[in-house]
Write a new protein. Structure first.
Length: 261
């Protein structure tokens, strides 16, 4: 068993503090940006119509805004709607925590569609690139969740359990690490092997991202402590699992569509 007493603040200068969570966002975006351009460069060698790398640079600004707005609004709508309706000013306090991956995902999709329409580029092309690099940000984000002692797991007696001393004295699943491994590392390997070996139509990789992420998230949620203010929602499933089921169905429909066209 590991006793968790890690400080969520890396450096504190009194007037400003550098948090691991902030660094996770920064490095996830920077590394994803760099790696996404490498993928586009390789794909350009096989495309008749080249995609301008500067377009992807410009898209990053849209993505950053979409992550923040989508992630926050997703948390408000999916996880704590009644509270925020009564306390709307609290929606702006992003620094106090409360972000939804699925909300950020919706935001990124919408932002990419809007951006691509303006530049007259296929949105699914960019969404495939984003799908391949997203596991990088997910990995860093889940590690930051672990350091912050948030989104922790349910009680267990497994020898690799973790005691989050800032939460309680129970031995719990390190569910954040499970998610970092499967939604981050494993998903990254799967998608990047497929995009390099298969010349599929635009949207194929995006569909597989939705399918594999949803499956990993659904099963890992069984080890994750449900949100205290929500609990288990329907059929003894968490809100995250229900949203993952919806995302899985969308992924399967997109995969079938791209397979048959």
């Amino acid at each position: 068993m590991f006793t968790h007493n890690l400080d969520p603040i890396l450096l504190d200068f009194r007037f400003i503090a550098i948090r691991w969570y902030s660094l996770a966002y920064i490095f996830g975006i920077i590394i994803g940006w760099w790696y996404g351009k490498k993928i586009i460069f390789k794909k350009n060698e096989k495309l008749n119509q080249k995609v301008n790398l500067s377009d992807f640079d410009d898209l990053i600004t849209y993505i950053i805004i979409a992550i923040i707005l989508g992630g926050r609004l997703g948390y408000v709508v999916f996880y704590n709607f009644e509270y925020f309706i009564l306390n709307p000013i609290e929606i702006l306090k992003v620094w106090e925590g409360g972000m939804s991956f699925h909300g950020a995902l919706i935001g990124i999709i919408l932002a990419t569609i809007i951006f691509s329409a303006k530049r007259k580029i296929k949105a699914l092309f960019f969404l495939d690139i984003i799908a391949c690099v997203s596991p990088i940000g997910i990995f860093f984000g889940r590690i930051a969740n672990f350091i912050n002692s948030e989104l922790y797991g349910r009680e267990t007696d497994f020898f690799w359990s973790v005691k989050f001393v800032f939460i309680d004295n129970l031995s719990r699943h390190p569910s954040q690490i499970y998610e970092a491994i499967f939604e981050g590392l494993v998903l990254f390997v799967i998608l990047n092997l497929l995009i390099s070996k298969n010349e599929k139509k635009d949207g194929y990789i995006s569909s597989l991202f939705l399918i594999f992420y949803s499956i990993f998230r659904f099963f890992i949620e069984f080890t994750r402590e449900p949100d205290s203010h929500i609990g288990l929602v329907l059929f003894n499933l968490s809100m995250g699992q229900l949203i993952s089921v919806a995302a899985l169905l969308i992924g399967i429909l997109l995969w079938q569509f791209k397979k048959n066209v």
